[in-house]
Design a protein around this ligand. Structure first.
Ligand code: GCB
Length: 589
């Protein structure tokens, strides 16, 4: 599904702003057909935003179930004789959409877009009523998984297995798009570099009659290549490659009939060779973060201001990369990473496939994979999540790898059966990028059954925090021993994809005790020291870029405090130290 891009033939309206909103506390909305009229007791709610932190009632904040959004939409006059599409960039976690009471779309998965053609429904109308019912419930069959706990005399309670708030709502823009009736439905590009020339192989999917052609424009808008037909390969002599930190973007102008779709294209290659990760055939080190789309009040709602600040801080601190932990981020984020030359590992929302960690409820003896737990129904949802991620993000030069999951329980043989088809599907859809997953502590090289499937080893390790607590000397020895064991077992690059310590901003300790800003800095210094010593380690993604909201737990201080920045994006002590390391040219690997 193509991202919304305006052109001479495409007009797009963002339906952002205040919508009517109703929380369906008793689950009556569907039976009473709230889509057919104004929502009962409606109150204003902004889109995009999570609704959870905007309500004042505590029980409402914890509501597990459906909420309803509604607004009148003026039909663009220019829609006559054209195709009109309603698109939602993200409804977390599942949604049903109606236009004037007619159901037009259903979607599961809270972080990928979906759309419905509504041409017939808007035809001849001045306004239509758009209603969206959003469900925040998670089950063992959803990605991410969770469990709804139902107890006599209490509203249902959602338990989830991931360490971030279960924010919900219309988290990203909603669009009304118009295109010609014959149009460009999809385009896939694959770029190459050889002997100073760049190549852009393309494959266009179209609907309706018309001639299909493409032309490639350089950053100044000058045409550098052109071709007729729905697929082919453009050759660009003297191409300027897209490089980390030095992005260069061409525009592929795709035409079909009257329709024009402009796609940003960075010409670059990425591959793994032995224990090296190569971009444009040059080894790269990754220095950066696991991040979250999370900020006060707005929750997971996309916010250009937050995004711009985050990228400014990435530059300030000298980071060159991040992982979209633990779900696909807004496409705006990838667009900006394309422009800024930031390298991205794009991850599905499959977080928490490890039932013996952090569950708080007992499920089938807490063995993760099998009937009654994470089973083939979950696997089907997971396959769909992989497809939607790859199909959405594969044209972004910034995306250098796919992450299939975060910290699944890969110690058991069933994990390999569960994951093998998921890796295969990612590779079938995109043979050009390495595929990986974030490996959990305890699933070392001797026991992990899935690492053999990965091109790049991403390890989440908390030596000095969850293990060897407060004992950085022991942590140093244990981390080094484990990294060496991985390198002995696999000739693959290793990224320390999580490391870190909680630090409450403003808490200081001369003796660098846990939770202080000093301890966080010392733990990171110890870890980076070890990484420099082990050959084949290609870098680190510190956990986390910023403090973020989580469920309530005794080890969370109103949220996770492993941020190098606070939740309002101010630096902790460690940020200044990291900046010296990364901008001073740390050389690992
Ligand atoms: C992890 C998880 C991440 C958590 C982090 C922590 O391993 O991948 O989601 O937030 O640890 O701080 O415990």
């Amino acid at each position: 599904m193509l991202a919304p891009r305006e052109s001479t033939s495409r007009e797009h309206r963002r339906l952002d702003g205040l919508w009517d909103f109703a929380l369906d506390r008793d689950g009556r909305g569907r039976a009473e057909h709230w889509e057919r009229g104004p929502l009962p007791g409606a109150r204003p709610m902004p889109v995009p935003a999570s609704w959870n932190d905007l309500v004042t009632d505590r029980d409402e904040r914890e509501h597990a179930g459906e909420v309803w959004y509604q607004r009148e939409v003026r039909v663009p006059r220019a829609s006559a004789g054209r195709r009109t599409v309603l698109r939602l960039d993200a409804a977390t976690h599942a949604a049903t959409v109606w236009v004037d009471g007619t159901e037009v779309a259903r979607h599961e998965g809270g972080y990928t877009p979906f759309e419905a053609e509504v041409t017939g429904l808007v035809h001849g109308r001045e306004t239509v009523r758009v209603t969206v019912c959003v469900d925040n419930r998670l089950s063992l069959h959803t990605i991410p998984p969770g469990v709804l706990v139902e107890e006599e005399g209490r509203p249902p309670r959602q338990v989830w297995f991931h360490d971030f708030e279960n924010y919900s709502g219309l988290h990203r823009p909603v669009w009304l798009l118009t295109t010609p009736t014959a149009y460009v439905a999809d385009v896939v590009v694959r770029t190459g570099l050889a002997g100073g020339a760049g190549t852009v192989a393309y494959d266009v999917t179209t609907v309706g009659e018309g001639r299909t052609s493409v032309r490639l424009l350089d950053a100044d808008g000058a045409q550098v290549a052109a071709q007729e037909g729905a697929s082919g390969e453009l050759v660009v002599p003297g191409a300027v490659p897209w490089r980390p930190g030095a992005a260069y973007l061409y525009t592929l102008e795709v035409r079909h009939g009257e329709d024009v779709y402009p796609l940003a294209v960075g010409i670059r290659t990425v591959r793994v060779e032995g224990a090296r990760l190569l971009v444009n055939d040059e080894p790269v080190e990754l220095h950066g973060f696991g991040m979250h789309e999370d900020v006060a009040l707005r929750g997971k709602g996309h916010d250009d201001a937050r995004m711009v600040r985050d990228f400014a801080l990435l530059r300030w601190i000298g980071a060159n990369s991040f992982r979209t932990s633990h779900y696909p981020y807004a496409e705006e984020v990838l667009d900006l990473a394309d422009r800024e030359g930031v390298l991205v590992i794009s991850e599905t929302a499959a977080v928490g496939l490890h039932l013996s960690l952090m569950t708080g409820v007992t499920i089938r003896g807490e063995s993760t994979f099998g009937p009654g737990a994470i089973d083939e129904v979950t696997q089907r949802a997971h396959l769909q999540a992989v497809r939607e991620l790859v199909e959405r993000d594969r044209n972004h030069p910034c995306v250098i790898a796919w992450s299939i999951a975060n910290e699944p329980d890969t110690r058991v043989p069933e994990a390999r059966d569960y994951f093998a088809p998921l890796f295969a599907e990612a590779r079938r859809l995109d043979p050009t990028r390495p595929v990986t997953f974030a490996n959990v502590a305890g699933a070392g090289p001797d026991v992990c059954t899935v690492s053999g499937l990965a091109d790049l080893l991403c390890l989440n390790r908390y030596y000095g925090w969850y293990v060897d607590q407060g004992d950085l000397a022991a942590a140093e020895a244990h981390l080094e021993a484990e990294l060496r064991a991985w390198r002995a077992a696999y000739d693959k690059p290793v990224l320390l994809s999580e490391l870190g310590a909680d630090a409450v901003a403003g808490l200081h300790s001369l003796h660098a005790r846990m939770w202080s800003e000093e301890y966080q800095r010392e733990l990171l210094a110890m870890t980076l020291r070890v990484l420099r010593r082990v050959d084949g380690v290609i870098g680190e993604h510190v956990w986390n870029f910023a403090d973020f909201a989580t469920a309530q737990q005794f080890h969370r201080v109103v949220g996770n405090r492993k941020g190098v920045f606070t939740r309002d994006r101010e630096p902790k002590q460690v940020a200044h130290w990291l900046r010296e390391q990364w901008r001073g040219g740390y050389s690992g690997g």
